[in-house]
Every structure is written in C-alpha cells, then in structure tokens.
Design a protein around this ligand. Structure first.
Ligand SMILES: Nc1ncnc2c1ncn2[C@@H]1O[C@H](COP(=O)(O)OP(=O)(O)O)[C@@H](O)[C@H]1O
Ligand SMILES: [Mg+2]
Length: 331
C-alpha cells in the first residue's frame, strides 16, 4: 500500500530561487494493491508533481510518503533500488521518454544491467518476451526498432513493459493515454485493467474525467495543489459535493454518466468561482470536521482540510483562510 500523508511541495522560483510556488498542499490518499486510483485535475493543478514525488524524482517539502508503512523520503542506495523494484512510473510523452539513439532492446537491456546483473541470456530473453507479451507487443516486431520506428501506442506499451520487467506493486501512470489516438487508447486502458486484475495498484493521473470515471475505483480531485474531493468513483461522479467537482463534471460533455443535481446549499452548481466571503460549508457544519482528522478516517491519518461527508467520501474546504486553514473555522 502506497500512502501519502499531508504531502506538500513548494518549488523554488524567481531569479535566485527566492520565492516559493506551492504546487501541492497537504495531499493525503492511498493506493492499495489491485486498485486504480485516478488523480484528476486541470493542467497545472499539481498532478505530475505528486507523481514525481512518489517516484522520488523530486523531494517533498512536507508530509510523508510510505510504501507498506516504510517512509521513502530519505531512502538511498540499496533501499531506493528496492523501492524502484516495486514502484515505477510511466509518463505522458512516450517519444521524449526514449533516447532516439537506442533501439528498444537496448532500452530494456539497461534494466538488465541495473536490476538483473547476474541473469543468464536465456532467462533474460524469456523475461523480456513475457513482459512484452503481457502488453500485447510482439517481440520480433519491436525489439530491433528505434523509437521513431514505433507508434505512440507501441512506445507507451514498451514503457509499461519495461516497468513490468520488475515485479512492481505500484504503477504511476501520468497522462499515458492522453497522447494516444482513439484506437490505441482502448488497448492501453484494457491493459491497465489486466494489470489491476493481476494485483497491481495504479495511480492513474489524468485531466480527462471520463477516462478516470471509466477506469478507477477511487477518484481524487485536485485543484490548485489541494484535494477538493475524493472517494469511491461512483460517489464522486454520481454525487459530486464540491462545487469545483460539479463544475468539472458539468463541463465535460462526454461523461457518460448522469447525475442529478442535489442541493447541498452552495447555490447554483454551475459558474462557480471561489467566493471570498463564503464560509466552508462542510467543516463549519459537521461535527468533527475542521482541520484535524475527519471522523471515520483511517486511524492516525489526519485529513487536513477534508471532511468525510459519507463513508469514504471526502470533500475539501470550499473556502480557505489565507493561512491554509479551513474558512469555516479560522484557527
Ligand atoms: N520544476 C518546477 N519548477 C517550478 N515550478 C514548477 C515545476 N514543475 C511544475 N511547476 C509548477 O507547479 C504547478 C503544478 O505543475 P504540475 O505538477 O506539472 O501540474 P499538472 O501535472 O497537474 O499539469 C504548476 O504551476 C507548474 O507551473
Ligand atoms: Mg502533468
């Protein structure tokens, strides 16, 4: 189980790095084995930053990321390598993920040098064959090719195959479908479904609500670096609580799921913009809400800024104070 607890990232920006850009703030969620969690948000909401922190490509500013209870923020050397055996990522643009000078077999061969130094040639060949077949790639058709000789869908699958050479437990998939054309999209979506069935936990990062709705068990909605809503996918899509979630869902015509507007007292569900005077509806109204752990949340896991409105369905503050506390309850 991959767990994020109160994770934040502030990038140093400005000429001398003197300013900080809070890209991700106080994000907490888990990805369990055999589960697809979609992390949905508009461009710039902090999705890739979350993925990179999980993959240790960038450090975290605050909070804790752990795999099966072990904090991964400071691990090095052997421990970090052991972590990468379990957690791998595939990123948006398959073309830029490959060195154009290397053929596919070389790309996979680098994994051999790194993780399987003692393996025999025959054992390696069968491992490669197995992982390519599990992503429906024909080894004979791809191994001897340069990236530009492969399609976007093939490259994306090759990246997944590379991750599958290791017996990973968690795959971070950042916008991996966005770049593909419609006919390859469904193949990769189905592949993710197969991987899930084999017990892999997948963090499916996307700006595409309908894909997230289709593929995931749980949904986390990110806005400006904060979680505004999360829960079981049918609950988030069927009974969206936060005005921002409603606005997102309403603005995507291809979401093939109906939802009935329900009155949660925030006024019109459309055209919502952050109010400057509106108190946070949920935390002000719900006992046990506020900036501490929400009732019924996982033991010991604080959900700052999130209230649990129904079982496992969390909604974030509608209004934050300047110091980041909930607007309904100034600290
Ligand atoms: N290396 C970086 N340095 C400074 N700011 C960054 C860096 N990477 C991302 N950002 C900023 O952080 C915010 C979140 O970016 P990102 O995580 O890429 O969002 P998303 O993947 O949702 O589009 C954006 O405002 C982006 O401009
Ligand atoms: Mg991104």
């Amino acid at each position: 189980m991959l767990t994020l607890e109160g994770v934040s990232k502030a990038y140093k920006v400005g000429t001398f790095g003197g300013k900080e850009l809070p890209a991700v703030q106080n994000v907490s969620f888990e990805v369990a084995p055999g589960e697809v969690v979609s992390l949905i948000g508009e461009s710039g909401s902090g999705k890739t930053t979350v993925g990179k922190m999980i993959l240790r490509l960038i450090g975290i500013t605050a909070g804790r990321i752990s795999l099966d209870g072990n904090d991964i923020s400071a691990i090095k050397g052997h421990d970090l390598k052991a972590y990468y055996r379990k957690v791998q990522g595939v990123f948006q643009d398959p073309f830029s993920s490959f060195n154009p000078m290397f053929k596919a077999d070389h790309v996979l061969g680098m994994m051999r040098d790194e993780y399987f130094p003692g393996i025999s040639a025959a054992a390696w060949a069968s491992k490669v064959e197995g992982s390519l077949e599990s992503v429906s790639l024909n080894p004979g058709q791809v191994l001897n090719k340069y990236p530009h000789q492969l399609s976007g869908g093939q490259l994306q699958r090759l990246l997944i195959a590379r991750a599958l050479l290791l017996e990973i437990e968690i795959l971070v998939a950042d916008e991996i479908i966005s770049m593909l054309d419609a006919s390859t999209r469904i193949d990769v979506v189905n592949l993710l479904g197969d991987l899930k069935a084999r017990g892999l936990g997948i963090l499916f990062i996307t700006h595409d609500l309908s894909l997230g709705n289709y593929i995931s068990e749980r949904t986390v909605i990110l806005r400006q670096g904060r979680i505004v809503e999360m829960g079981a996918t049918p609950a988030v899509f069927g009974r969206p609580l936060h005005p921002y979630t409603r606005m997102l869902i309403e603005s995507v015509p291809q979401v093939h799921q109906k939802w009935e507007p329900i009155d949660v007292g925030i006024g019109a569900a459309t055209g919502w913009a952050p109010a400057t005077t509106e108190p946070c509806l949920y935390h002000g109204a719900r006992p046990g809400g506020g900036t501490t752990a929400a009732p019924g949340g996982p033991a010991g896991l604080a959900r700052p800024g999130l209230a649990e409105v129904e079982d496992g369905h969390f909604v974030g503050c509608v209004q934050f104070n300047p110091d980041g506390t909930c607007g309904g309850r100034p600290a």
